[in-house]
Design a protein around this ligand. Sequence first.
Ligand code: FEO
Length: 180
Amino acid sequence: FKCIARATCSNFKGVRMLKEKIVALLNDQIALEDYSANLYLAMSSWANSQKLSGAAAFLESHSDDEHSHMRKLLTYLNETGARAVFSEMSKPPCEYASIKEAFEKVMEHEKMITEKINHLVDTCLSEKDFATFHFLQWYVAEQHEEEFLFQSILDKIDIIGTDGRGLFMIDSEIGKLANK
Ligand code: FEO
């Protein structure tokens, strides 16, 4: 029995190969996280131009978070022996009519990202790729946190309002959410 067990184990020395369909979807997600990082950095630059220093700091730190989401996927692909492929990125929007519109766009974008993650998770299950399914649970939880965070910002904007001092207060509150 021991000999058979050793022989079987030796067959598992190689790197676990991912299916092409999963590699393609993970690469799509890398592109999306990379785009998210640029989108929030461009939005931070817009906020700076509007003298909204709190929102600018928060969006810049969130751009860093998105970059780390991209890197985490990249590492996973490398660990499985698959190859990350970078595609051409479209230019993110640079103008917003108001802070409310900017955060509405953030929410819209994050809901789209959640759908992409859900599709990826669903595909892993149907392809019986349980390791990638497990890896992606971090992203499932992260999307829940992000949607909650951005909805709370939109709620503050609605409650406080953005006229006069309201805008100053909102910007200060958003600035407190930046990663220190
Ligand atoms: Fe990487 Fe905002 O999701």
